[in-house]
Design a protein around this ligand. Structure first.
Ligand SMILES: NC(=O)c1ccc[n+]([C@@H]2O[C@H](COP(=O)([O-])OP(=O)(O)OC[C@H]3O[C@@H](n4cnc5c(N)ncnc54)[C@H](O)[C@@H]3O)[C@@H](O)[C@H]2O)c1
Length: 120
C-alpha cells in the first residue's frame, strides 16, 4: 500500500515515513519544503503547472475577483520567495502527468472547497 504523507520532510513526518517504510509500505511524501529538509526526502518530484507562469500580483487579483473582493492584499513577508517554477521533467517521466486544470478554474474550485468546509 502507498501511504501519502503530508509534511513528511519535517520532524514528525520523517519518523512516521521511516516507520511506515519499515513496515513495508511505500511512502509518498507531499511537502512544500517551507520548513522541511529535502535531504530527508528520497527522490524529489515537483508538482505544479509549468505551462502558464503567473505573477503573484495577478494571482492575488484573480483570487480577489473569484472571492468577490472579500480579502485585502498585503505586502509579502520579508524573505518571501520571489519566484517559484516547478520542473516537471521527472514527474512527466514517471507518470506522464500533464496539467489539466486552468488556473482560474483551479482557484474557483479551491475557493468553493473552502467556502463549503468553512461553513461546517
Ligand atoms: N514536534 C513536536 O514535538 C510536536 C508536538 C506537538 C505538535 N506538533 C505539530 O505537528 C506538526 C508537525 O510537527 P513537526 O515537528 O514535524 O514540524 P516540522 O516543521 O518539522 O514539519 C512540518 C513539515 O510540513 C511542511 N509543510 C508546512 N506547510 C506545508 C504545506 N502547505 N504544504 C506541504 N508541506 C507543508 C514543512 O515544510 C515541514 O516539512 C506541526 O503542526 C506541529 O505544530 C509537533
Amino acid at each position: 500500500m502507498t501511504a501519502p504523507l503530508l509534511g513528511g520532510a519535517g520532524f514528525i513526518g520523517l519518523h512516521l515515513a521511516r516507520r511506515l517504510a519499515g513496515d513495508g509500505h511505500e511512502v509518498c511524501v507531499v511537502d512544500d519544503f517551507s520548513r522541511g529538509r529535502n535531504d530527508r526526502a528520497g527522490r524529489v518530484v515537483h508538482i505544479g503547472d509549468d505551462t502558464a507562469e503567473t505573477g503573484i500580483g495577478d494571482l492575488a487579483k484573480l483570487v480577489l475577483r473569484v472571492t468577490g473582493g472579500g480579502l485585502e492584499p498585503v505586502p509579502g513577508a520579508p524573505g518571501s520567495v520571489d519566484r517559484r517554477c516547478p520542473d516537471l521533467t521527472l514527474l512527466r517521466a514517471l507518470t506522464g502527468y500533464r496539467p489539466a486544470v486552468e488556473l482560474e478554474e483551479g482557484v474557483r474550485r479551491t475557493v468553493e472547497w473552502y467556502r463549503r468546509w468553512a461553513a461546517l
